[in-house]
Ligand binder design. Structure first.
Ligand code: SAM
Length: 265
C-alpha cells in the first residue's frame, strides 16, 4: 500500500520508539481503576501493538478504510478496537462518559492543532495526552511569554494542561520520512486550572483576539478582533499594573485572566 500524503501518513517503523511511547501512555495505569486508551491514527499499528503488548484497553480511530481493513487482520491487534472514523468528527463525549481515559497517537500534521484544542477544552476530557507532533507545534504548546512561539494555542492549552516535552525524533524513524522533526509531548490535565477566572470562555476569546493582530498593541488587536474599545482595554491594563501600549505576547496567562476579569466588570 502506498502512503497517502493527504492523510499525513508517515508510519512509525521503529518498534523501540513505539514501546517507549506505550510505556509512558500506560504509566500508573493500575492505580485509580480501569484506564482506557484512545489512539488517533494508528496507521500500520506500531504503537497500537506496543499498547496491546502492555495489556492496555485500546480503541484506535483510523480514517483510511484501506488501513482499517489491514489492521483488522493483524493477529497481534485482535484485542484492540479498530474504528473507522474521522478524528475531527468523532463523538468523544460519548466515548468519555465517566471513564478515566488518555489519548495517544502519532498525529497527522494537518489535524493536530484543532484536535489538541478540542480534547484539552472538552468536559470530561482525557486526563493525559501523549502524542507525537511536529517539533514546532510542541514548541508552541510549551512556549513562554514574549517568545515567537507563544500564542493563543499556548494559552488555551496551558490553561487546562501541564505541558512536558518528553523527547524528539528525527525523520528516520518514519516511513516515508517527513521533512520535519517530531516531538513526543505529554499534556496532563490540571485538577484545577492554574489561574482563577470568572468566565473561562471569555478568557479564551480575549487570548485569541490578543494574537489576531500580533504586531499591533493588545488594545488595538482587541479592538479590531472583538470590538472592545481601545480606551477600555487601556484602562483595564493600567488597573492591573500593565502599560496600555503592551503587546499581547508579553502577558502571562495569569495577566490575561486578570485582564479578562477586569474587562468584564
Ligand atoms: N500512528 C501511525 C504510525 O505511527 O505508524 C501513523 C501515523 S500517521 C502520521 C497519521 C495516521 O492518521 C495515518 O494512518 C492517517 O491515515 C490517519 N489519519 C489522518 N487523518 C485522520 C483523521 N482525520 N482521523 C483519523 N485518522 C486520520
Amino acid at each position: 500500500m502506498r502512503p497517502k500524503k493527504h492523510l499525513g501518513q508517515h508510519f512509525l517503523v521503529d518498534g523501540a520508539v513505539a514501546a517507549r511511547i506505550a510505556q509512558v501512555v500506560t504509566e500508573g495505569s493500575s492505580q485509580n481503576g480501569p484506564l482506557y486508551i484512545l489512539e488517533i491514527g494508528p496507521g500500520t499499528g506500531a504503537l497500537t501493538a506496543a499498547l496491546v503488548d502492555l495489556r492496555a484497553d485500546v480503541t484506535a480511530l483510523e480514517i483510511d478504510p484501506d488501513l482499517v481493513a489491514v489492521l483488522r487482520t493483524i493477529p497481534g491487534l485482535a484485542a484492540a478496537r479498530i474504528v473507522q472514523a474521522d478524528a475531527l468528527a468523532f463523538d468523544y463525549q460519548s466515548y468519555a462518559e465517566e471513564r478515566r481515559w488518555r489519548v495517544t497517537g502519532n498525529l497527522p500534521y494537518n489535524i493536530a492543532t484543532p484536535l489538541l484544542l478540542r480534547l484539552a477544552l472538552m468536559p470530561h476530557g482525557p486526563e493525559e495526552l501523549i502524542v507525537m507532533i511536529q517539533k514546532d507545534v510542541a514548541q508552541r504548546l510549551a512556549a513562554k511569554a514574549a517568545t515567537p512561539a507563544y500564542g493563543s494555542l499556548t494559552l488555551a492549552i496551558q490553561y487546562m494542561m501541564r505541558v512536558e516535552r518528553l523527547f524528539s525524533l528525527g525523520p528516520q524513524v518514519f516511513y516515508p520520512r517527513p521533512k520535519v522533526d517530531s516531538t513526543v509531548v505529554r499534556l496532563t490535565r490540571y485538577a484545577e486550572p492554574p489561574v482563577k477566572v470568572r468566565d473561562p470562555s471569555f478568557l479564551l476569546q480575549v487570548t485569541r483576539a490578543a494574537f489576531a493582530y500580533r504586531r499591533k498593541t493588545l488594545a488595538n488587536s482587541l479592538h479590531l478582533a472583538i470590538n472592545i474599545e481601545r480606551a477600555r482595554t487601556a484602562a483595564a491594563l493600567r488597573s492591573i499594573g500593565l502599560q496600555p501600549e503592551i503587546r499581547g505576547e508579553e502577558l502571562e496567562l495569569a495577566q490575561f485572566a486578570a485582564l479578562a476579569d477586569t474587562l468584564q466588570r
